[in-house]
Design a protein around this ligand. Structure first.
Ligand SMILES: Cc1cc2nc3c(=O)[nH]c(=O)nc-3n(C[C@H](O)[C@H](O)[C@H](O)COP(=O)(O)O)c2cc1C
Length: 174
């Protein structure tokens, strides 16, 4: 079965993890990029006004895949807005999908994430894996600034990718 990992990443963490997982399971890696410059302001506006930003490549690139794994950051408790177009396509076709994220995790562990995924990409979710940067850091009192600036190390990527690949192998034909 043809498998793709679709990543969006603002500061690089989800893209790096996605590349590592794609290499491990020999999947294609499709990297979404914003058409317009992404800023903190455009993140907040997208989330508050429910906007779907333009991204490249076009959503059609996922049409030939049977197994679709989405990866990207959580912003304000929701899936990052640049993944919305792909999620809408998945829902409109009734496709199965998974979502993996390395997010900050300093607040309350994203309780609304599963509802956001189901609303935007449909009920056919096979796996939700929400890893937190706060759990990778040594200190017990990390704040949003610390997690926001954190870049995954090669040993973090190894640790997370082993876990993600094992979970994917449990449910997909890989
Ligand atoms: C504006 C903004 C809002 C964020 N909101 C959350 C959040 O609600 N929950 C969370 O766990 N992390 C949150 N984060 C942290 C990101 O998910 C985290 O830094 C992630 O690793 C970034 O991924 P990237 O490097 O792939 O862009 C937020 C980050 C930004 C910039």
């Amino acid at each position: 079965m043809k498998t793709c990992i679709v990543t969006y990443s603002m500061s690089g963490n989800n893209e790096k993890l996605g590349q590592r997982v794609a290499d491990s399971i020999q999947a294609d890696h499709i990297v979404l990029k914003d058409e317009k410059t992404r800023t903190m302001g455009t993140i907040v506006v997208d989330m508050l006004f429910n906007r779907t930003p333009k991204v490249t490549p076009d959503v059609k690139v996922i049409e030939n895949y049977e197994q679709i794994i989405l990866m990207g950051p959580v912003w304000m408790g929701h899936v990052a807005s640049p993944l919305r177009k792909v999620m809408k396509h998945i829902k409109s076709k009734g496709l199965k999908y998974s979502f993996v994220t390395i997010s900050g995790g300093t607040l309350n562990k994203n309780p609304k994430l599963i509802n956001d995924l189901k609303k935007r990409a449909g009920e056919n979710i096979l796996l939700l894996k929400d890893w937190y940067i706060a759990d990778l850091m040594d200190s017990s009192n990390v704040n949003m600034k610390d997690t926001g600036e954190y870049q995954l190390t090669s040993s973090d990527i190894e640790l997370l990718s082993v876990d993600v690949v094992a979970s994917l192998k449990d449910i997909y034909d890989l």
